[in-house]
Design a protein around this ligand. Structure first.
Ligand code: SAM
Length: 415
């Protein structure tokens, strides 16, 4: 029997997934810069890791599941360290484009505040078990004391297990996405058995027994006791099942405050990549808003929320692919009356084509919200080269203990 020799390495930095990286590069998960670690090399990964000299930033993970669960990546690091690391990622991305900015202090969502979770649920001999996958593993870790999810989501674990008992195949785990709404749980199931008469009866019983606000099985609505609305300013919006939502209500409020500040006293606002109106509807308290988005059902939800709300100014919607068909200067200055401000919140790919057109239209203020510092910095460079000033950046950590980074930024046209 051969024994691989243990090697010792010093961690130089964290990679974008939150793994420690030593020279090589050699990736060492759950280690921190400055730590001396030992382990066994497996390709470019270090395994069976022992921390020989811990970093001062190393802390006891707050969650007892952290060792086996793959849901979080950075619970072994102090909050201050993670905050500096996330702000540093955005600063480096901007600096790679030759840009600098004033950074507001980071806003971090509290523990137990996630409003949505996708649980994996496997049938077992005795019933079913729900949880998150382990790190790079098929094994499901049960998470009754998870520190990330809202307690109401933890309370939904038995519901997910009941769904698997009636509807999971023997081969694959069920994927159960549970979202908190104003009136109860909104549940979307994927990877289940095909629906038949008996399964429909069993699922309707579960909706009833647990008072689920809505249950969807793949594309089919099984039951809706009440529309599972989300608050959006004075409006209440019922998003399509599984549609994009900001990860925490707290993070959404911080992003909205930043967007409102960047938009200022604008009276006409265009909201690009508007989703179900997270920014459009609260902004409509003070401005007319035109919401543009690629998914028609999301805009239908936004529109209904607006129609049912009181006291909002006019909100119009437009379904449009903003990658292929960005709003042009003629659209951004309709009838010669320009929008005073644009909100732009694209997916990870960013909004290169739309940024070019905002420059051409010289829209006075832009609130840019991004979940990808690299594409944000690329688009910021387009805006700055086109005559915009980058006023400030606010990092919002609504993905606590993960390697994701979210931000809002303010630009004004200075010519
Ligand atoms: C990060 S989400 C933001 C949604 C919304 N602003 C919010 O905060 O809830 C990005 C949105 O862009 C939409 N989207 C993705 N690709 C698009 C495209 N090519 N054209 C228009 N919208 C797109 C998605 O459907 C999604 O609603």
């Amino acid at each position: 029997m051969t024994h691989e020799a243990r090697l010792t390495a010093t961690i130089q930095r964290l990679g974008h997934q939150g793994d420690g990286i030593a020279d090589g590069p050699l990736f060492a998960p759950r280690t921190l810069p400055g730590e001396t670690v030992s382990g066994i090399r497996d390709g470019n990964q270090l395994t069976d890791i022992r921390i020989e000299t811990p970093s001062e930033a190393r802390v006891q993970a707050p969650c007892r599941h952290y060792k086996s669960c793959g849901g979080c990546q950075l619970q072994h690091a102090a909050d201050d360290f993670v905050a500096d690391w996330k702000v540093g990622i955005v600063q480096s991305a901007l600096s790679a484009q030759g840009l600098t900015a004033d950074f507001r202090p980071i806003h971090t969502s509290p523990p137990q505040s996630r409003r949505r979770a996708t649980l994996s649920v496997r049938r077992t001999k005795k019933g079913a078990m729900a949880g998150f996958h382990g790190r790079a593993s098929d094994v499901i870790t049960q998470i009754p004391d998870c520190q990330l999810l809202s307690p109401e989501l933890i309370a939904a674990i038995p519901v997910a297990e009941e769904l698997a008992m009636v509807g999971a195949s023997r081969k694959a785990p069920l994927s159960v996405t549970v979202t908190l709404s104003e009136v109860g749980l909104d549940v979307l199931v994927a990877n289940g058995k095909p629906l038949d008469g008996q399964l429909r009866i069993d699922l309707a019983r579960i909706v009833d027994a647990h008072g689920l606000a809505r249950l969807s099985w793949e594309d089919e609505l099984i039951g809706m006791e009440q529309p599972p609305t989300q608050p959006s300013g004075p409006a209440h919006v019922c998003p399509p099942p599984g549609a994009f939502l900001q990860a925490t209500r707290d993070g959404e409020a911080a992003l909205l405050a930043a967007v409102e500040e960047a938009v200022g006293r604008a009276k006409r606002v265009v909201d690009l990549f508007a989703g179900c109106g997270t920014f459009s509807l609260p902004l409509a308290r003070n401005a007319e808003v035109h919401a543009v988005e690629g998914e028609r059902p999301m805009l239908a939800a936004l529109d209904l929320g607006w129609r049912q709300a009181k006291g909002l100014k006019k909100v119009t919607t437009e379904t449009r692919d903003l990658f292929r068909n960005p709003l042009l200067p003629v659209d951004l200055n309709p009838f010669g009356e320009e929008y005073d401000a644009a909100v732009i919140d694209p997916p990870r790919a960013g909004a290169e084509a739309q940024s070019v057109q905002l420059v051409a239209a010289k829209t006075p203020s832009i609130a840019y919200v991004s979940c990808n510092p690299v594409t944000f910095a690329r688009d910021a460079k387009i805006l700055v080269d086109g005559g915009y000033q980058l006023n400030w950046v606010q990092v919002v950590d609504q993905f606590r203990w993960s390697s994701h980074t979210e931000l809002a930024a303010s630009f004004t046209y200075v010519g």
